[in-house]
Write a protein that binds this ligand. Structure first.
Ligand code: ZN
Length: 168
């Protein structure tokens, strides 16, 4: 189950706005923090204030972490992961469970009346940012691909000043 959510302070809201380059939409909680303390992932409401569906429940916000995950995605990892769903029925079953739990968590907030979850679940692996944010929010053992992504970025996940502007 979800770890303790911290309420969104004005300081966190401002930090996320700076990370995203725009005010955060439909933010509910900061669900994970970087080692340096700023928000790493947030949870959002299933709808924007104007009622537009906003089905992705967890977002990575730390630019450094997003960039590390982007590098992994560029390596073709998602294709391999998707292929493993075909080759490994046990993994596919775990991933289906992840999909259902994701929907259950979202429906507990507000049902969008759809079984579309996020990140390609349950048949494909499409966005490692989505999966890592899910793992950071819910802990390991919930999302197998989020867990794998966390292991892969753990070495390089900055412990210092990753709130500083990215050097792009
Ligand atoms: Zn960070």
């Amino acid at each position: 189950m979800s770890t303790a959510f911290t309420p969104v302070s004005e300081a966190d809201r401002a930090a996320v706005a700076e990370q995203l380059g725009r005010p955060p939409r439909a933010i509910r909680a900061v669900v994970a923090r970087c080692p340096s303390g700023h928000p790493a992932a947030i949870s959002t409401s299933p709808r924007l204030p104007d009622g537009t569906p906003f089905p992705t429940l967890y977002y990575l916000t730390c630019p450094r972490l997003c960039s590390l995950v982007g590098t992994l995605e560029a390596s073709g990892l998602m294709r391999e992961m998707t292929q493993r769903l075909t080759d490994d029925p046990e993994l596919a079953a775990r991933y289906l469970r992840t999909h259902r739990e994701y929907l259950a968590e979202r429906d507990a907030i507000e049902s969008l009346g759809t079984d579309v979850s996020a990140g390609g679940m349950p048949g494909r692996v499409k966005c490692l940012h989505v999966h890592l944010a899910h793992t950071l929010a819910c802990g390991s053992g919930v999302n197998p691909f989020g867990d794998e992504t966390l292991e892969l970025v753990r070495q390089s996940w900055p412990t210092g000043d990753c709130a500083a502007p990215t050097d792009s």
